[in-house]
Design a protein around this ligand. Sequence first.
Ligand code: BGC
Ligand code: NOJ
Length: 811
Amino acid sequence: MRYGYFDDVRREYVITTPQTPLPWINYLGSQDFFTLVSNTAGGYSFYRDARLRRLTRYRYNNCPLDSEGFHIYIKDGDCVWNPGWQPTQTALDRYSCRHGLGYTVIEGEKNAVSVRQEMFVPQGDNCLLLRVTVSNQADAAKSLRLFPYLEFCLWDAMDDGSNFQRNFSTGEVEAAGAAIYHKTEYRERRDHYAVFWSNREPAAFDTARESFIGVYGSPARPRAVLEDGCANSVAHGWQPIAAQQFDLELQPGRSESFLFGLGYIENPQSEKWVAPGVINKARAEAMMARYATDAQFDAAMEMLAGFWAELLSGFKVSTGDEKLDRMVNTWNQYQCMVTFNMSRSASYFESGMGRGMGFRDSCQDLLGFVHMIPERARERILDIAATQFPDGSAYHQYQPLTKKGNLDVGSGFNDDPLWLIAGADAYLRETGDWSILDESVPFDNDASLAQPLMEHLRRSFTYTATHLGSHGLPLIGRADWNDCLNLNCFSERPGESFQITGPSEGPVAESVFIAGMFVKYGRAYTDICRHLGLTREAEACEKAIAAVEAAALDAGWDGAWFRRAFDAYGNVVGGKECEEGQIFIEPQGMCVMAGIGKESGQAAKALKSVEERLDTKYGIVLLQPAYTRYRLELGEISSYPPGYKENAGIFCHNNPWIVCAEAELGHGDRAFQVYRRTAPAYIEEISEIHRTEPYVYSQMIAGKDAPSFGEGKNSWLTGTAAWTFLSISQAILGVKPCLDGLRVDPCIPASMKGFTVSRRFRGAVYQISVENPDGVQRGVKALYVNGDPVPDGVIPVQSAGSTVSVRVVMG
Ligand code: BGC
Ligand code: NOJ
């Protein structure tokens, strides 16, 4: 069942009922100011850091769900309603929500009044803009009241949700004209405030929640709306809000628009006040003046549209399969931008208070983002590298506002260092900007320890090379990619961290997955060394890699698939002798992507085992059989009920690893089958089962052992976005940036007769047309650039500004 449809021309997902299985959201903003908005106008805003600079409040596990946001109330006689249905839930005569690229438009109609609510964050500014257009479709004039309403958060979202003894006394606002200023804590150390404004003078306003809603009222039945209007309340402590009241008489056939904004303003310390207790509003007034008219609003929206059109023009495919095209050309890349910006911090599943930016997550996000805005990718790589420790290991996460590593979940996740090589390598291949390797970057954010980025990569490599266990495989540390495989942590008490209780690092537990990474990204590092003329270093690296590869094929091999790990007692994890958890997806994907066992046939065997043991109709589960009881020696993975999350859920992130691995072996049919099973556009029809948004990936789909098999959770912020973009663009469609040029080597289903791709690469545009006359899955018979044959399959870098036509004949 569907709850809407894709509008491919406008690049929108159009939701046709407010009662989607879960709130279906969009992200507005792509630089510093962000808003999450759902299809019923729920959501929240923040500046840069969803924990430390939260502008509006959100209660994730509220009931009813998704009650806080950017709601507009309409009072038409006795009928009170919202264009987005929530929070009053008054039945609408017509409803739609269009989630587009960086904007959302919600339209509702009731009793011949229609209201259109447009929302977006303008480019280069720190505010959310809303335009509400009210139209009277009736034959008679209408007397209406309109109220916008939002609830401020007292900045630090964690403190806001817990420290009530203080916070119920600190709230402060100023109301001036058509604006409401939220200035809690501005009197002391803060130099920032929030402002909500409208472009018209309201009839009245409220800034105290209990005045607008009523002490025992609810957003579904706000006192001011149901009774006699706003009361010009001024909040002193408690819960500051912004609500305004507009009274309008609308003649039949007439429309009126109202422009609203929510801005974030910083003032230098010396310019905070204009009079004792009166904040300096100059910057806010300038912001309001930038968006005071419909023409200004429209111009800002056009600028946003231009930004996205330009961004997405860098990779455009036409395959004849509309689902594939819409995923690749729009939604997958859009999600890559969101994950790049948010890492795993703020969504409807990530509270924005916990994790900050993840070292491994952000490195992987680069893989799907680097082609869009390489300059931002460059900056990110340097930021991440600056949180690395001098020995090559890393803080597991860092705070976006301060860019400093935090030890909330410690360090010593032994896959982390190698992801830095993955990110830097992707950047080099995309841009050819070798100067990044010379950038001086601190270790542990300490400038006195700064070294060139190349030295950071070297230490990443060396860290793994020097942290091997008794089988010659890399030590796992606290965990590797699978945060829940905690082989050195033995947590027995509820509430303890699975990762950082006890020593958490040990000299015995090894990871076959990191072995795969070391071979794959170690080779990438070796190529970089060779390119720089560091031949001796490259040779030494190759030796170290060969030894780990041999260990993976020997101690890491179980007979028909790669083992997962050795635990702290030296016992096999992910082998046939295990009672549960006999086979895991991760080492099969990573080792085969690295080419391990390709020649010996072990790679093909491993992928066959995946197909036989881990496949389901909704995707590939992470492991089988699922763990049915808690296992102290394995940790969090066994804490989940069977079929959920890392315990045999369909973890979407590592499905594309299998796509890439299958493509590595030339299996185009199978690669595309795996791709399709989790790709949102292909499962739109089962939205009632999948439940999360049909336009973006979720982290996890419940596996076959779960009662809710097929149900998605944790949508948006997942490494799945970057990895699926990589798998479809590079492994299947085969357009691969290399250090010396662009390779085109597709691995497609035999039934696919051809496709075209327009790819921007280092400033030139490559118009690629692929023909598959013999219906093969892999193989390039001939490749021509502007009609001239290119012998080795790598198109040399073309001059910036040029457009070349590339013809690829498979066979
Ligand atoms: C989740 C993992 C996640 C980790 C982050 C765990 O509870 O299951 O998916 O990586 O938390 O710390
Ligand atoms: C989500 C985390 O963000 C990521 O870092 C981790 O690799 C996966 N879960 C698997 O545990």
